[in-house]
Design a protein around this ligand. Structure first.
Ligand SMILES: NC(=O)C1=CN([C@@H]2O[C@H](COP(=O)(O)OP(=O)(O)OC[C@H]3O[C@@H](n4cnc5c(N)ncnc54)[C@H](OP(=O)(O)O)[C@@H]3O)[C@@H](O)[C@H]2O)[C@@H](O)CC1
Ligand SMILES: [K+]
Length: 512
């Protein structure tokens, strides 16, 4: 699914109106009905007090139209209009008049703090104050209103966006923003929903397809793409009947040091679980029995040094190198790292201490084959690109690195972002249970396993991240977030692949 900018969404909105020869008011009416259906399906006519706060732009128009539908269906709705400007949108005015036809009274106008209504914890608050038209921080009494609404424990539902949040631009995150529990986002989610500094404002979010012009949507150059199940399914390569292990490649994990052999076991095991035909672990000498007894499917080669990998004297042909987990960063280790890299001609996966060595030794960049995949967490990323001002700056700097060095970056986080040049792919699988030691080692082994099976680099990164998250999601249904650990995520890789082919659950019919 594409993520478009606020400006593109406004263009898509206009294009839809033009092509369908409808008015903006008609489109708003249609959207309000869609939102109403979703709310009605959940509330089933419950007499809960609903307070809808509407701005004076189109987001406010959506709120007014929704309010009218709810009132007509017998809900206990009070409608407020935040009267902060005289510049009312025509669509707002249209629906402002229409609601009066139903209520025989105008909505309640709020013009200052003294007008704020009393709120109760059992209220449902619907935020239709600002949507994608927000272009500066909310200030004055409107800022107080946002704080006032945020203070109440009442459930807050945002229409299209939580008011105050920008869809896709940098903003001062100390400025007032509605903290929603849930957001109905029109047609596509917004980029800010996926970023660590701002994502929490949207709460859980739900995309409501509103039928925007398909041609515009198809042609639009997205800010980012969310990796959908369908996209992941199309990336999967089924196996041919007469294939043999040689068809599925050979991963060499170069990982581990004294006290950190778990990282090597996890990365190596994940390459096996992801389906690599053969996997060899290159490890410090002392760790041979650790690897061999943990993963019988794996071959091992030992470094000459007991506790660290300090050399690389192997002329291994056609291997996919996965280097870094638990490696440590001493001088001998970094020379071994450089030597291993210098022998590679096909893309490699670099993680953890591999990234730390690279940050400290920029001269090694020239040894990294094009389209290699780097999987930094934020600490490692900072070493690679320097500090960033905010999430948008982080993405820009990472894009520049990806372009400059011709590598793919996997920025690990709640929504892992894969950056390939100027293109962004956002992952929507995974859960907080996966924020656990070794989870990243598993991911790097999985991506190497896919590379070995001839997935191209971008697909290996995108598909690997998706399956890793899905494995964690399926595993968490048995182990809960707390009980999830890296080796379990790895063991659920197969279940995650099977899940790609499970039929979608049937949609419940909508209640009227
Ligand atoms: N795109 C789509 O597909 C569809 C979109 N639809 C809906 O339209 C929404 C976007 O509507 P919108 O453009 O009228 O903007 P909205 O967010 O209501 O703001 C209103 C005005 O407020 C102003 N303003 C800005 N910041 C401010 C501030 N801090 N403090 C005070 N004022 C501020 C600014 O005007 P300004 O004062 O800058 O001239 C702005 O124009 C969208 O989210 C969705 O709900 C659907 O109905 C149809 C399909
Ligand atoms: K809103």
């Amino acid at each position: 699914m594409k993520i478009l900018s606020a400006q593109q969404l406004a263009e898509a909105d206009q294009s839809t109106i033009d092509k369908n020869q409808i008015t903006s008011n008609d489109l708003m009416e249609h959207i309000a009905k869609l939102i109403f259906d979703r709310i009605h399906q959940r509330l089933q006519g419950s007499p809960v007090p609903i307070k809808i706060f509407c701005g004076i732009g189109k987001n406010g128009g959506d709120g007014l139209a929704l309010s009218r539908h709810m009132i007509q269906h017998g809900y206990h709705v009070t409608t407020y209009v935040t009267n902060y400007s005289k510049k009312r949108a025509p669509e707002f005015l249209f629906h402002y008049d229409k609601i009066k036809e139903v209520t025989k009274d105008w909505p309640i106008l709020l013009s200052s703090e003294k007008d704020f209504p009393e709120l109760h914890p059992q209220d449902i608050i619907i935020d239709a104050i600002f949507g994608t038209g927000i272009n500066r921080p909310i200030d004055g009494w409107m800022a107080q209103l946002v704080h006032y609404l945020n203070k109440t424990p009442a459930f807050k539902l945002a229409i299209d966006m939580p008011s105050g949040l920008y869809a896709n631009n940098s903003q001062d995150i100390d400025s007032p923003i509605i903290q929603a529990q849930h957001t109905f986002s029109f047609e596509t989610p917004k980029l800010s929903f996926f970023l660590p500094e701002t994502g929490h404002y949207a709460g859980t979010f739900e995309v409501v397809p509103i039928g925007l012009d398909p041609e515009y949507m198809m042609k639009a150059e997205p800010l980012a793409q969310i990796i959908s199940s369908d996209a992941a399914k199309s990336m999967y390569k089924p196996r041919k009947k007469f294939s043999h292990k040689g068809d599925f490649g050979h991963v060499l994990t170069m990982a581990g040091s004294k006290g950190k052999m778990g990282a090597a076991v996890l990365a190596t095991g994940a390459a096996v679980n992801m389906g690599a035909g053969k996997v060899t672990a290159y490890i410090p000498e002392h760790a041979n029995s650790i690897l061999q007894s943990s993963i019988p499917e794996v071959m091992t080669i030992s470094s000459k040094s007991k506790d660290y990998i300090t050399d690389f004297d192997h002329d291994l042909k056609d291997i996919t190198l996965c280097v870094g987990p638990g490696l440590s960063t001493g001088d001998d280790v970094k020379h071994a790292f450089a030597k291993a890299l210098s022998q590679q001609t096909q893309p490699v996966v670099i993680d953890a201490d591999g990234l730390n060595i690279l940050s400290d030794n920029p001269e090694y960049w020239k040894m990294i084959p094009n389209n290699s995949i780097l999987t930094p967490h934020d600490g490692e990323l900072k070493q690679l690109i320097g500090r960033w001002k905010d999430d948008y700056d982080r993405i820009e700097k990472a894009k520049n690195l990806s372009i400059d060095k011709d590598v793919i970056l996997v920025l690990k986080g709640a929504h892992t972002i894969i950056i390939s040049g100027k293109n962004l792919y956002i992952n929507d699988t995974g859960n907080p249970g996966m924020a656990t030691a070794g989870s990243g080692d598993v991911l790097s082994g999985m991506i190497a396993g896919l590379l070995a099976q001839h997935y191209d680099s971008l697909t290996a990164a995108v598909f690997g991240v998706f399956i890793h998250g899905r494995a964690g999601d399926i595993a968490s249904q048995t182990y809960a977030h707390e009980g999830l650990k890296a080796s379990i995520i790895s063991n659920f890789v197969g279940a995650a692949i099977l899940d790609l082919f499970r039929p979608e659950p049937q949609q419940q019919p909508q209640q009227q």
